[in-house]
Design a protein around this ligand. Structure first.
Ligand code: NAD
Ligand code: IPM
Ligand code: MN
Length: 366
């Protein structure tokens, strides 16, 4: 079914702990389904590299990564030594932009065996997909500070939206909704307060939506949408949002499923002109880094999304993806658990157990 080059970037903190478990499981699944992976470990794009070189990445980083089929990314950020905007604009945010990974897919699912902090919620009642715009919007370095250090200090931070940028993420979201059973799309907006960009975003949604009469679209202001993630999560199917709103929703959603340690993401360049990047939603978690207690499931599930995307069309990647998901589900039912899930297992214990169940799936009970 194919052979692929994967650049693994562990990054910082727990990124360095979950990445090996992700690779372990992805390799087990690839092996089982006849996919060959050439894995290359990369030590740059980390705050350790910054400490030694005064920059996050070598100058020819783009050249070095352009030929890989995918980037499998842990997490970057070590604010004790490098300011977050420096480390992230010097690595992850650069990848997203320069490789035009304009779709960020972030599934949110409540699993059997994981209690939701929302009272009474059962698996099946929280199962939606966030499609986050990933290259523009509120994330910019356009703007500046005037009269710095005086009483008149004035800060401008621009948001930038383009018609191409909005239409392509909205189209992707409509297509995605169309392919699902419920065919529902919620568009996150804030057109009552953010008076230029957000009414425009709503009009783009209406315009693009005309091509998808079979998808039920509704627009919700981000404030009440956040409340409904908590109060009525079963109402959601696909949710599309601009960059910052999508960022916030994609920590809130997973929190309602019991832990953010489970939440995966796929930063896609759907045209496949550039490598796509697969990473957990969570960060480097300095508070637990080095203890070996991080949940590797978000990294592992992201690896499943990577195999699915890579082998698009052959079936082997989909099978590998499904086998990894089944192994995660099975471990969540009766396997070792990390602390965030109320257990005492290590990152390594969980990674090994999932890899074993991927390699030799257990028989379903009769
Ligand atoms: P975080 O996601 O790193 O951590 C938030 C909380 O969740 C912490 O208490 C942490 O211990 C816990 N947590 C996160 N992942 C976990 C896991 N797999 N298992 C168990 N617990 C987990 O968010 P933060 O504290 O805001 O950020 C820390 C650093 O990570 C910062 O430098 C930030 O900029 C960076 N960050 C990077 C990424 C990325 O690389 N994609 C994403 C988010 C944050
Ligand atoms: C994420 C992260 C990043 C983002 C940060 C680290 C820049 O929070 O991937 O969700 O805001 O996109
Ligand atoms: Mn985030």
């Amino acid at each position: 079914p194919g052979r692929f080059r994967i650049a693994v970037i562990p990054g910082d903190g727990i990124g360095k702990e979950v990445a090996p478990e992700g690779v372990r499981v992805v390799q087990a699944a690839a092996h089982r389904f006849g996919i060959e992976l050439d894995v290359e470990w990369i030590e740059w794009a980390s705050c350790d590299w910054y400490a030694a070189h005064g920059e996050m990445m070598p100058d020819d980083w783009k050249h070095r990564l352009q030929g890989v089929d995918a980037i499998y990314f842990g997490a970057v950020g070590w604010p004790a030594t490098v300011p977050d905007h420096v480390s992230l604009w010097g690595s992850l945010l650069k990848f997203r932009r320069e490789f035009d990974q304009y779709i960020n897919l972030r599934p949110v699912r409540l699993f059997e065996g994981v209690p939701s902090p929302l009272a009474g919620r059962r698996p099946g009642e929280i199962d939606y997909l966030i499609v986050r715009e990933n290259t523009e919007g509120e994330y910019t370095s356009a703007g500046g500070i005037l009269f710095e250090g005086t009483e008149r200090e004035l800060v401008v931070q621009e948001s930038i939206y383009t018609r191409i940028g909005a239409d392509r993420v909205l189209s992707f979201a409509f297509e995605t909704a169309r392919a699902r059973a419920r065919r529902r799309l919620t568009v996150a907006t804030k057109s009552n307060g953010v008076a230029i960009a957000m009414p425009w975003w709503d009009r783009r949604a209406d315009d693009v939506g005309r091509r998808y009469p079979d998808v039920a679209m509704d627009k919700q202001h981000i404030d009440i949408l956040s409340a409904r993630f908590v109060l009525q999560p079963d109402r959601f199917d696909v949710v599309v949002a601009t960059n910052l709103f999508g960022d916030i929703l994609s920590d809130l959603g997973p929190a309602t499923t019991g832990t953010i340690g489970l939440a995966p993401s796929a930063n896609l360049n759907p045209e496949r002109k550039h490598p796509s990047l697969f990473e957990p939603v969570h960060g480097s978690a300095p508070d637990i880094a080095g203890l070996g207690v991080a949940n590797p499931m978000a990294m592992i599930w992201s690896g499943a999304m990577m195999l699915d995307f890579l082998t698009h069309g052959t079936g082997a990647g989909r099978a590998a993806h499904d086998a990894i998901l089944a192994a995660i589900e099975s471990v969540l039912r009766d396997g070792p658990r990390t602390r965030d899930l109320g257990g005492w297992a290590s990152t390594l214990d969980v990674g090994r157990e999932i890899a074993e169940r991927v390699a030799e799936p257990m028989q379903a009970p009769a």
